[in-house]
Ligand binder design. Structure first.
Ligand SMILES: NC(=O)c1ccc[n+]([C@@H]2O[C@H](COP(=O)([O-])OP(=O)(O)OC[C@H]3O[C@@H](n4cnc5c(N)ncnc54)[C@H](O)[C@@H]3O)[C@@H](O)[C@H]2O)c1
Ligand SMILES: O=P(O)(O)OC[C@H](O)CO
Length: 327
């Protein structure tokens, strides 16, 4: 498991609880040493005791030596630079599981595309892990379902068998495009829901943003070749509901901070070094939508709040004032 943030550490624990011997790579030796010494990752997952069959290191070569599978749990915009370091040590032929939810700024590439191109990993080996997976709840062994998306169904099933536990139930799909567009876009919608919550607008507003948000993500996904059914499943609706509703979501929390007048830089800093991907994804998803001629009003509005100084209340008003259309 490459990346010892909150999700990387949690998924490493899932794999270890499923009976795998796991090596967790941390960028900082202090994090790896802390895990070895205390069996906890105090920087990212305070108080969660990690299993004995999970070993932590900051040495990439040691982490990747002889492994049967690799998982990548670094933020989306750092995936490219990290892969240039990782790629020579990733064993040939093993599945590579992407935990990151994002689309690369500038190139518009989804994470599986970055992994294939920069990591020199054949597409059928790349598996996307997504779904309603708030790390802290899973680390506390609270039950969740999840999704493993891979164009090669047999590889997804291998990974499914390797990581299923009593509290972690992964399903397989072959729609990688839908899984990644849904997983990236829901963080933007969660920012919008956080803004609405910060403005104390209530559940009708939240439900409206979630439903119309899912609609615009699905439109973009279908333009890129995704299966619309993916957006009605765990990777779409499931992840959207969890992230947009939970106070544990970093994206929703950040939206709430914007709503009460905090600037973007201060709100990002208040996340304490943990990534809220929606801040970048509102830009990269908007770019992708423009490139494909898809109207994504909520994504556009969140972008305007983050980068065009639009006031949060004006953001909601701009969505309500749009021309009336059939649903
Ligand atoms: N936390 C969750 O609940 C959750 C659940 C599902 C998916 N995800 C996704 O997983 C990915 C990782 O999320 P996370 O919650 O583990 O993030 P995090 O901020 O908690 O941790 C990120 C990890 O990546 C490492 N890293 C390596 N290179 C980096 C760089 N250049 N810049 C910053 N960090 C770098 C950090 O040291 C850290 O260990 C994100 O794309 C996120 O959207 C998170
Ligand atoms: O804490 P967030 O907002 O990054 O969301 C976490 C996960 O993506 C939920 O599935």
């Amino acid at each position: 498991m490459l990346g010892a943030g909150s999700w990387g550490t949690t998924y490493a624990k899932v794999l270890a609880d499923a009976g795998r011997d796991v090596v967790l790579w941390a960028r900082r030796e202090s994090v790896a040493a802390g895990i070895r010494a205390s069996r906890t990752n105090e920087a990212y997952l305070r108080g969660i005791v990690l299993p004995d069959n999970l070993y932590a290191t900051s040495d990439v070569d040691e982490a990747l030596d002889g492994v049967d599978a690799v998982a990548l749990g670094v933020p989306s915009q750092s995936m490219r630079e990290n892969l240039t370091v990782f790629r020579d040590s990733i064993p040939v032929g093993v599945p590579v599981i992407s935990l990151a939810k994002g689309v690369e700024i500038g190139t518009g590439l989804r994470m599986s595309e970055v992994i294939s191109r920069v990591g020199h990993i054949e597409e059928p080996r790349v598996v996307v892990l997504t779904g309603p997976n708030l790390a802290v709840e899973i680390a506390q062994n609270r039950p969740t379902a999840s999704v493993l998306a891979c164009v090669d169904h047999a590889i997804a099933v291998q990974v499914q068998k390797a990581c299923a536990t009593g509290y972690f139930r992964p399903y397989t799909i072959t729609d990688v495009i839908g899984a990644e567009i849904a997983g990236t876009g829901k963080n933007v919608i969660a920012l919008a829901c956080g803004i609405a919550d910060g403005l104390q607008l209530g559940l009708n507003t939240a439900a409206s943003l979630m439903t119309r948000g899912l609609n615009e993500l699905s439109r973009l996904g279908q333009a890129l070749g995704a299966d619309p059914a993916t957006f009605a499943g765990l990777a779409g609706l499931g992840d959207l509901v969890a992230t947009c509703s939970s106070p544990l979501s970093r994206n929703r929390t950040l939206g709430g901070r914007l709503a009460v007048g905090m600037g973007l830089d201060a709100a990002v800093a208040a996340a304490g070094g943990q990534v809220a991907e929606g801040v970048v994804s509102c830009r990269s998803m908007r770019d992708l939508a423009h490139r494909h001629g898809i109207d994504m009003p909520i994504t556009e509005a969140v972008f305007n709040v983050c980068y065009r100084h639009m006031a949060p209340a004006d953001m909601i008003r701009s969505l309500m004032d749009r021309p009336h259309t059939p649903e």
